[in-house]
Design a protein around this ligand. Structure first.
Ligand code: SAM
Length: 214
């Protein structure tokens, strides 16, 4: 039974399935022995997805709520995915540089902003720490690395985060990053995605295939 509008966004067969789309975009970064960050661990669904996508990878997952670490550990153990390469860290993502070696290059990162559905709505991500973390994570992306951000503009802080993230994305040098904006244009309050990919090398030249320029 769909009692909450957000359930609509979870339907796998729906264009409104923002979390499914976020995972697909993160899948672009799949790499053997890759290094990944889940900057908003919550119940661990994204951490689990990353571990299944890249079993040999290293994952740093962050949350400020101890309950999130417990839930994630339990989930990963139940799925046989908990090992020494999964680091569950109880700290703000704004402090991630204390926990990820500074020489590391991230292959992928995910932010599922806001508050835990069914949890305390006041424990929500905040624009200032989100931006500190996101800009640091973009610096740490390796060539071809992807950072995917799910934004929930239906609540006040989410709307602020969304505006700030879009401003950051629009201002990034096109020679360094590709920035993608994915949203339901007829539902302004619906969750949306901003994704960033660090360019692999030189900006590719436009080329013509048949009648289409690529
Ligand atoms: N990815 C999660 C999952 O798969 O279940 C859902 C994440 S939930 C929408 C957002 C989470 O961000 C909450 O668990 C909240 O505690 C966490 N959070 C809020 N502020 C944070 C911060 N500064 N650093 C890290 N996590 C934070």
């Amino acid at each position: 039974m769909k009692t909450e509008p957000e359930n609509e966004y979870r339907d796998r067969r729906s264009l409104t399935n923002i979390l499914g789309m976020a995972k697909r975009l993160l899948g672009v970064s799949i790499k053997e022995n890759g290094v990944y960050a889940d900057f908003t661990m919550g119940n661990g669904n994204d951490t689990l997805y990353i571990k299944k996508m890249c079993p040999s990878g290293t994952i740093y997952a962050f949350d400020i709520q101890p309950a999130a670490l417990e839930a994630t550990k339990k989930l990963l153990e139940a799925e046989g995915c908990m090992d020494e390469n999964v680091h569950l860290i109880c700290d703000s993502h704004a402090n991630f540089k204390k926990h990820i070696p500074e020489t590391a290059e991230l292959d992928g990162a995910i932010f599922n902003l806001g508050y835990l559905p069914g949890g305390d709505k006041s424990t929500t991500t905040k624009t200032s720490s989100t931006l500190t973390c996101l800009s640091g994570a973009l610096d740490m992306l390796g060539p071809g690395g992807v950072a995917v951000v799910c934004v929930y503009p239906g609540h006040e802080e989410g709307a602020r985060e969304g505006a700030a993230i879009l401003e950051l994305a629009e201002g990034l040098d096109r020679g360094g990053f590709d920035c993608l904006y994915h949203r339901l244009v007829n539902i302004p309050e619906a969750p949306f995605i901003v994704a960033f990919q660090k360019k692999i090398g030189k900006t590719p030249k436009f080329r013509k295939i048949g009648k289409i320029s690529l």
